[in-house]
Design a binder for this molecule. Structure first.
Ligand code: CA
Ligand code: CA
Length: 328
């Protein structure tokens, strides 16, 4: 671990070169501030008690990596925008997807498509559109209305990556193999304020017993055993894998990264391949979605920006050391 810290400065230079064929130029001094070191290890990924795409439970070995302690905040993302002039997809398109309770949009349908409205001018500045709070008032909230590319661009700027699904679950479990939640097996409704979630029985009945109907400032709830905040709840988080519901049957044992695009397209029979998101959001409850279960997976259109999906980044130790080796 110490060696990795010591070479961080040199790696910044290498990372800036590596990033040239990616999206944006990496800033000069990437740091490990507010990151948690996750040592290499073996864990049991998935669950036999969840949805079909969470099984079979399979053993996975991961190399060591660093992961952000918090979801990336609006204040964090502002630095990226100001440094690069990057324009997010929702800003280019002039709209983003915003959740509306069934009562608000007059649609009591159980179809999730009826809960989402495309709202003009909704973007990371104004997550729910023109009438949203000012950016200053949500500076410490997780950035949302960022699609997969918008999220990856931020991570690459810092010489980081999006976590793989396996890295996210390994970090979220914190050693709790076989358990349901990042905090153990206690049902969510038996605990108070363990994570920012939806506390009512249905989506037409918003409840704010945990203090937040929407996003909460990052770090408002207790961390997991790895000192990671909001690794369950608050906002869903983009991970790097293409989503495939049957991937666990063919997953590599070591450092799995998901199927490639062609395999994902073929498996889902979808015209548009989906990426995976993890961790659940303020819209999940134990009765609905339950995305904060540590094994829960969700497909998401990588081109879509919504007000309940953000991200955090990782720095891969082996990737870093390989670059140093190439440099020498
Ligand atoms: Ca809440
Ligand atoms: Ca989260």
């Amino acid at each position: 671990m110490a060696n990795t810290k010591q070479i961080a400065g040199a790696v910044a230079f290498v990372a800036s070169i590596a990033a040239l064929d990616r999206y944006v130029v990496v800033e000069s001094e990437p740091s490990f501030d507010n990151m948690v070191f996750i040592d290499s290890g073996v864990f049991l990924m998935g669950s036999e008690k969840g949805l079909a795409d969470e099984s079979p439970v399979h053993e996975v070995r991961l190399d060591a990596f660093w992961i952000d302690k918090y979801e990336v905040s609006n204040a964090d993302y502002t630095k990226f925008i100001e440094a690069t002039g990057y324009l997010t997809e929702s800003e280019k398109q002039g709209s983003g997807l915003v959740f509306a309770t069934p009562a608000e949009n007059q649609a009591m349908s159980l179809n999730p498509k009826d809960w989402w409205n495309r709202v003009a001018y909704a973007n990371w500045h104004k997550p729910t559109g023109l009438e949203a709070k000012t950016q200053d008032s949500i500076a410490d909230h997780p950035v949302v209305q960022v699609n997969f590319a918008d999220s990856l661009a931020y991570c690459n700027w810092l010489g980081k990556e999006l976590p793989t699904e396996a890295q996210f679950e390994f970090a979220a479990r914190g050693g709790r193999d076989g358990e349901i939640y990042s905090w153990g097996n206690s049902p969510l409704h038996h605990r108070e304020a363990v994570t920012n979630h939806w506390q009512a029985d249905n989506l037409a009945d918003p409840s704010v017993d945990d203090g937040f109907a929407g996003t909460a400032p990052v770090g408002s709830f207790p961390p997991n055993d790895h000192d990671l905040y909001d690794i369950s709840g608050n906002v869903w988080e983009w991970v790097s894998d293409w989503y495939d519901p049957e991937y666990y049957s063919v997953s590599e044992w070591e450092n799995p990264r998901g199927l490639d695009l062609e395999q994902s397209l073929g498996s889902t029979a979808s015209i548009e391949a989906m990426r995976s998101i993890r961790g659940g959001s303020f819209l999940c409850s134990d009765d609905y979605c339950s995305g904060f279960r540590v094994s829960a997976r969700m497909p998401a259109n990588p081109n879509s920006s919504t007000n309940h999906t953000g991200f955090r980044c990782v720095k891969n130790v082996k990737w870093t050391e390989d670059l140093m080796h190439q440099l020498n």
